[in-house]
Ligand binder design. Structure first.
Ligand SMILES: [Zn+2]
Length: 176
């Protein structure tokens, strides 16, 4: 079980649980540089684990994964998702089997990939109840050890930062 699971659920929900490389802060222990620039957008990008690609690329693309370090590009206007600092082909949004949050503005896109919180579901709950229960519900699952952001979230990390910032954006709009 991850060490974060000992933390109070409110701490996890506030996305304050990624400390000392524990828990949901997925750090690759490879010797490759910690960051690399996307070949298209030049965005400075963090390493992503190989197993994330193996779970999220379309089946016909799995064989194209090379034995190199991959990085995850977050730039909204760049269609590259995974690339390497070595000279191998990169993977775009077309090659990934789920819609990538940072690169797709649709309401049907997941913010939390483990427990199916889409933008639409979060918006709907806020419209109906005035607030979102998403981060607390997700935190309970994290605490129970049932999340698998490392293989279900395209960025290979905990979604709570994204959930909280999206909830904030929607709440500001509702109240503004
Ligand atoms: Zn890019």
């Amino acid at each position: 079980m991850n060490s974060c699971c000992a933390l109070p659920v409110e701490v996890i929900a506030a996305d304050q649980h990624k400390i000392n490389d524990d828990c949901c802060l997925v750090t690759e222990k490879t010797s490759a540089p910690a960051r690399a620039e996307c070949p298209i957008s030049k965005t400075s990008s963090r390493k992503v684990q190989r197993k994330t690609l193996e779970h999220l690329l379309k089946p016909e693309k799995i064989a194209a994964i090379q034995n190199v370090q991959y990085y995850y590009c977050t730039a909204p206007d760049c269609n590259v998702v995974y690339f390497s600092n070595e000279n191998v082909p990169h993977f775009t949004v077309e090659d990934v089997s789920v819609k990538v949050l940072s690169k797709d503005n649709g309401d049907d896109v997941n913010v939390c990939y483990c427990f199916n919180w889409t933008r639409g579901r979060i918006k709907e709950e806020i419209a109906q109840t005035g607030k979102s229960s998403a981060s607390l519900q997700i935190a309970r699952e994290v605490k129970a050890g049932t999340c698998s952001c490392d293989i279900k979230n395209p960025k290979g990390e905990c979604c709570l930062g994204d959930v909280n910032s999206f909830v904030k954006t929607v709440s500001l709009k509702e109240n503004g």
